[in-house]
Design a protein around this ligand. Structure first.
Ligand SMILES: [Zn+2]
Length: 281
């Protein structure tokens, strides 16, 4: 599943090239998780702005010219999500759409294409990122991990209100976004915190360490994605590359890199958790 670092690296792969382009055609394939919610033809002629990211969503602003207003075109943007298996590629010569290519945004600078075999991804038109359809989808998201407001104090206060295991609180995404399964396991290992610890029992100093570990783990994944961008064709390749450098994730039974205790795997909320029973308390 594409996680925040993969989505951010995807954004960086096309944002500069597509900015300022004009939409020349929109092609829809099979239905995705949510409908576009807008007449595709009205997007033709609109200008693409700067692509941004919020959580695992990408936002592509589109603006209609004043002189095109007579045709009923309305400025807004496209909110994109890669779902379980989606990937976005921007190309000068995308070729004919394949069986799993379900959205094309053709522009004067190239075509942005969503390929999504399982179709849990989506492209949704919205009048604004913080309003309309997009506003509803992003309303419950927690802070961005690199937001200066994401501090140990904030994390500690948020965890004080939870009774669930700390890994579940991180995965929820309503305190901080980006700590998906791999990255939550790695951050807890880096901070020396048991994934089973009840959220409200985490001390203030340990919350400081955890906030730093979440930021550092995601920064490391981003750096890895940036350096391997040319080599990976989709987001899964990048997750695989990160896992090769993982301290605990996917390493059940292998020795801890710090203390050599065998790494354990447990299931929390139907997801595998990997941890060192000696280093993480
Ligand atoms: Zn250990």
């Amino acid at each position: 599943m594409p996680e925040l670092p993969e989505v951010e690296v995807t954004r960086q792969s096309f944002a500069e090239r597509i900015a300022g382009a004009r939409v020349t055609a929109v092609r829809l394939g099979k239905p995705l998780r949510w409908p576009l919610g807008h007449e595709p033809a009205t997007l033709v002629g609109q200008r693409v702005g700067d692509a941004t990211r919020r959580g695992k969503y990408l936002w592509l602003p589109l603006s209609a010219d004043v002189d095109a207003a007579g045709s009923g075109a309305q400025s807004g943007g496209l909110l994109m999500h890669l779902g379980m298996s989606g990937s976005l590629a921007f190309s000068d010569a995308p070729g004919p759409a394949g069986a799993h290519d379900h959205f094309d945004l053709a522009t004067t600078r190239g075509t942005l294409r969503l390929t999504d075999p399982r179709r849990f991804g989506a492209v949704v038109w919205s009048e604004a990122l913080d309003g309309g359809a997009a506003g509803k989808l992003i309303a419950g998201l927690g802070l961005e991990p690199f937001d200066p407001a994401f501090t140990g104090t904030y994390l500690h206060a948020a965890l004080q209100r939870r009774r669930v295991a700390i890994k579940q609180a991180l995965l929820g995404g309503d305190i901080v976004v980006g700590a998906g399964n791999i990255y939550a396991c790695e951050a807890l290992f880096a901070a020396g915190i048991s994934p089973r610890l009840r959220s409200d029992r985490l001390s203030r100093p340990r919350a400081e360490r955890l906030a730093a570990a979440v930021r550092e783990t995601l920064a490391r994944a981003l750096a890895l994605g940036g350096s391997t961008l040319r080599d990976f064709r989709d987001a899964h390749g990048m997750a695989g590359a990160f896992q090769q450098h993982a301290g605990v994730y996917g390493r059940e039974g292998e020795p801890c890199t710090v203390c050599a205790t065998p790494i354990r795997r447990i299931v929390q909320g139907q997801r595998s958790t990997f941890f060192c029973p000696h280093c993480q308390r």
